[in-house]
Every structure is written in C-alpha cells, then in structure tokens.
Design a protein. Sequence first.
Length: 294
Amino acid sequence: MPSQLHESHLLLFRNQPTLAADLIRGALGAWLPEFTRAQVVSADLTDIQPAEYRADMVIQLSDAEPVYGIIIEVQLSADNRKRFIWPAYVANLRARLKCPVSLLVVTADEAVARWAGENIQLGGLHQFKPYVLGPSGIPRVTDEALARDNPELAVLSAMAHGRDANVERALEIAFVAQKASAGLDPDRSTIYCDLITRSLGKAARYALNSMDPQKYVFKSGFARKYIALGMKKGEAKGEARGRAAVVMRLLALRFGPLDSATTQAVRRASISELEAIAERLLTARTLQQSLQGE
C-alpha cells in the first residue's frame, strides 16, 4: 500500500501537471518539446499481454496532439524489480501516445537516487536510464515571487530540504512555501501547510509554527531575529535565567532531550555565552558544536 509520503509527492504533480516538465527542463537541464497543455492521463501501461503495469502517474504534454509523455515514479526505497518494469512502462506509453516518452523518478533519499540513476542494461546495444530527482536535485525555493507562481514546487522544495542541517535555510524555504500556500484555496492550503510542517526538523518546525504567514515580512536572517526575539521575551523571566530557558528549549528541539550536565552548563552561562550558543545552533551539526563551537 502506498505510504503517505509517496502519495504526498504525487499530490503535487497531480495538482500542477506542468511541474514535471518544469523540473526536467530546469533542475535536470533536459530538452522537452514546446507544448500548450499538460494533463494527468491514465497510468495503466498494460500491453496486450496478461502482465499488468501501472505507473504512479503519467503526464501528457500536448500541442493539438501528444508531443511528449512523462511517467512519474515516486521511489522511497531501492527495488530491483523496477529495473525490469520501468523500461516496459516507457515502451508501452510510447506505443500508446506515438511520441517520445521519459520516466522521472522522484525520491526523498539520496541513496535511492543514486540507485535509480544507474544504467539499466536491456541486452545487446540497448540501455535505459531514467531521469532522477533526489533531495539535492530539487531546487531550494527561497524567492517569494517564484513560490507564489509555483506553489507546488515550493512545497516540494520544503519537503526535500526541511531537515537540512542548516536550520535557518530550512526555515527560510519552509516559510516561503507556507506563505505561498496560504493564498491558495482552503483545501490545498491546509494540505500543503501540513506537508511543510511535517517535513521540518523539530527546531525549524517550532520556529515556523510561531510565525504568522499573513503578517510576517520576509527578511534575510529572520531565523536569527526569531531567536533573538524569543530570548528578549525570556528577559521578562529574569535576564539570564529566562534566556537560558529559551536556549535549552531550542537545543532540545534540535538535538533531543538534554542531559543534566548540559542543562547545568546552559544555566550557568552568561548572557553573551547564551547568545553565542543560540547563534551557533542554527548551523551546528552536533550539540557539542552548539555549546562550544568545535
């Protein structure tokens, strides 16, 4: 049974059929013919033989008549059976549409992307290789105008990069996607905002949920401003003690529950030391790097 992550990726391509062509042209730099219409068509790729082949999705690009077919496969893990099935998908759709066809594999895992991108030997001189988009190949959408014009791409970007080690960058991508989603119809807006939030790491999710997409004015470095604001609010609880509470909360969200030694170290830190820790935790890969900058 397809997983929620699997279906979430397909939802974006279904809601915006041109997304597949945009990614093949833009992210992969491949040629596609000019077209005036992109539509989701039957994904049943069974030929006249008894074997049943059904792809995740098929996009048909047309200009009066079909000019190109794109088969979309969302792949969450390596599955060597697909090496025999994918070429059949392409051959059957090509016979049906009578035009060129390619297969686009979308995955949230870089290891799966490397596996999917390997040449498939068909025998003799024939080889098959799909287009593959892993997280590193999906654009990091941080431009509000682009996100507004292409909200599905913005959401896909947030899903791919939401757990980036650079929390500020992950939060920037997520916020732009959420802001673009807020302007859509209620159903899409709710689904997309949920997808964005669930794709984030804990620290970025906590920060994003504290922002109002309708009121916030995007500025560079806003994650640092957010943390600074939280620490300023902490002053009302008693200077260093209040700031320490905010820093401990952010550290726990980023790296998990803190042990007693770490808790005591943060509580003993001066205000300037707490500010330095808050600054470092945006990009630190480990708790130790956040605390000591090593």
